[in-house]
Design a protein around this ligand. Structure first.
Ligand code: NAD
Length: 259
């Protein structure tokens, strides 16, 4: 398919993991792709695998409003428009609130919440001009709570409601705003968890499809939400979680002897 030929897409956090997977899929489907992250060297490595005439690197920290504006301005200068913004850059801190450093609290909220706010605000005018859309990489952690992830939950919960609020405000401008909500995906961010076989096996038991995800599992749903096929879809949180969030949390009753 070539659903994005002639379209221009910004992917934040594109130097690894889910963002790299999203960028590659957009490039495969004909888009001009602007790659952003804080790691310029890794962006060069990702860009080297994509069509050079349709790929542009714009490194920088999305938590800074001026940098966010610069990324959007450079994109429009380079490709003439902006059609899709994928707010994917994110970081995590795993700890209960009482054990979380103030610096970590500030950094997670700055990147995961203000980064999405800054990029969305900067992109509003060009997206309005193109009738474009935003796809945020939220998380199942933005739908419900996790044990030991309070600040990450706070940040992704904010992305969930920002997605809804912008879908309301910007719908009349023809701008759609959606989110994907992955469960555990194997990337640099989650790599430490994959060192623990018992933990991964617990995930595989809880996830109805019996496996954790890979970046390409997320990229497909992101491209769907950004595509014309989703032209009447806005404000949704699309779980990309192997069925995990279909559960209300009760244990599998049928696996226990009753009566
Ligand atoms: N891996 C998972 O299990 C999982 C599950 C659900 C949601 N997510 C979300 O997916 C997104 C991508 O994470 P990932 O798992 O691919 O991790 P990753 O660590 O591989 O990628 C994160 C990317 O964000 C970039 N980044 C970090 N801070 C930035 C900043 N201030 N400005 C610009 N770029 C910045 C990094 O350079 C990197 O490219 C994140 O928002 C994360 O919260 C991940």
């Amino acid at each position: 398919m070539n659903r994005f030929e002639g379209k221009t897409v910004i992917v934040t956090g594109a130097s690894s993991g889910i963002g790299e997977g999203i960028a590659r899929r957009f490039a495969d489907e004909g888009a001009n792709v602007v790659l952003n992250s804080v790691d310029e060297d890794k962006l060069e490595e990702v860009a080297a695998k994509l069509p050079s005439e349709r790929t542009f690197i714009c490194a920088g920290d999305v938590s800074d409003p001026g940098t966010a504006q610069h990324i959007v301005d450079r994109t429009v200068e380079k490709f003439g428009a902006l059609d899709v913004l994928c707010n994917n850059a994110g970081i995590a801190v795993m700890a209960q609130l009482q054990d979380t450093d103030q610096d970590d609290i500030d950094r997670v909220l700055d990147v995961n919440v203000k980064g999405v706010i800054n990029m969305s605000k900067a992109a509003y005018e060009p997206l309005k001009a193109s009738g474009g859309s935003i796809v945020n990489t939220s998380s199942v952690s933005g739908i419900g709570g996790d044990w030991g992830l309070a600040i990450y939950n706070t940040s992704k919960g904010a992305v969930t409601n920002l997605t809804r609020a912008l879908a309301l405000d910007w719908g009349r401008d023809g701008v759609r705003v959606n989110a994907v909500n992955p469960s555990l995906i194997r990337t640099e961010l989650s790599e430490d968890m994959f060192d623990n076989d018992k933990l991964i096996s617990a995930f595989e038991t809880r996830i109805p499809l019996q496996r954790t995800g890979c970046p390409d599992d997320v990229a497909g749903p992101v491209l769907f939400l950004a595509s014309e096929d989703a032209k009447f879809v806005s404000g949704v949180q699309l779980p990309v979680d192997g069925g995990l969030s279909a559960s209300n949390g009760q244990p599998p009753i049928g696996e226990y002897q009753i009566g």
